[in-house]
Design a protein around this ligand. Sequence first.
Ligand code: SF4
Ligand code: SF4
Length: 403
Amino acid sequence: MLCELHTLAINPFDNEMTETQNLIGGSGQDEAAAAGGARKILVRRPGMAAGRMSWRDWRNVRTWRHTAQLAFALLNVFLCAQFYLWVRYYETGGRTLKVARPDGVEGWLPIAGLMNLKYTLLTWTIPPIHAAAMFLLAAFLLISLLGKKAFCSWLCPVGTLSEALWRLGQRLFGRNVSLPRWLDVPLRALKYLLLAAFLYIVAVMPAEAIESFMASPYGLIADVKMLNFFRYIGGSAAITIGALIVGSVFITNLWCRYLCPYGALLGLVSMASPFKVRRDAEACIDCGGCAKACPARLPVDQKSRVRSAECTACLSCVAVCPAQNALQLALPPGKTTAAGGDAVGIARRWRGRVLSGAMLALLLALVVGGVIGAAKWSGHWQTRLPEEVYQELLPRAQQLGHP
Ligand code: SF4
Ligand code: SF4
């Protein structure tokens, strides 16, 4: 049975609390009253000690997310290296190592993915060129529909780099810069403007125009053009990217928060996701740790559910929450009442509705693996062009302009 302590100030990230709780003698169910006068009971999450959870604990959402980020980043490095070798083979007239074309690089062609998606919806025909771009886009849209904008914080290599940079800044300078609201809000609109521009371009293209663009020399090797953009980067593009990299050290998620149209699209779709970060006011001890931990600067501690398109399901808020069942990525709770913050009643309310870090990782693997597997199995994954086309186009890729 839970004993009561009155108006004891708690900081869940403070070792003192652990000592106090040890004195109380809670065995997994620690108790205390929260600050601010209202009597709250802390039922501590299993595995949490002094506001942290061991990285080896399978319940640690950070471990799952960082593992997924690392795996996807390495996969992208591997794909890009293989793609470069494939391009070099044709550029050198067959004098270098011949490797297979990695179709997964088409994940870097989101506009081609959008165009192909529109073409498929209009004609009910899977396009033969860059279909992988469409399948990957569809997989990431499905992820957003099911598990919020998890693509951004769990898979996207640019998101991973962006996070590494602002965490580096935090380490070096002790904090990141938060732009004032009057600047933050209009800047956040930029990514929606960019998205609107891309959506407009695709929206006004009829199926025939998409088909002829994809069949043009530029369209056929749009992936090579993307690679060459970075290989032969111009001065102004290099300065812009350099400024974004330096700025990302100081400003949290500079690219993702203000400029990425892909993230803007996934964010809008993610608002329809039934899974949301949800806070149980009865289990919550109002410590505010979740809001402080949120890289998207969302007031998690004041919401019962986070609907914002900025939420990336990174679960940083969930990772720091000390209270059992207070904060989770979940479906709407059941109707079970929990008089006086009864822990059993609260647990029953959330039973079978929570997407843990492990389950979210599994969902991502199933969706991405399932979509790629289905595309491969049906024979639509690969762009199949005769060797002669690549032999002809790749050596003069730099001369090919947009049709
Ligand atoms: S609300 Fe939580 S899951 Fe969403 S972005 Fe903020 S910390 Fe990440
Ligand atoms: S939900 Fe937020 S405010 Fe409530 S206990 Fe968890 S971290 Fe603290």
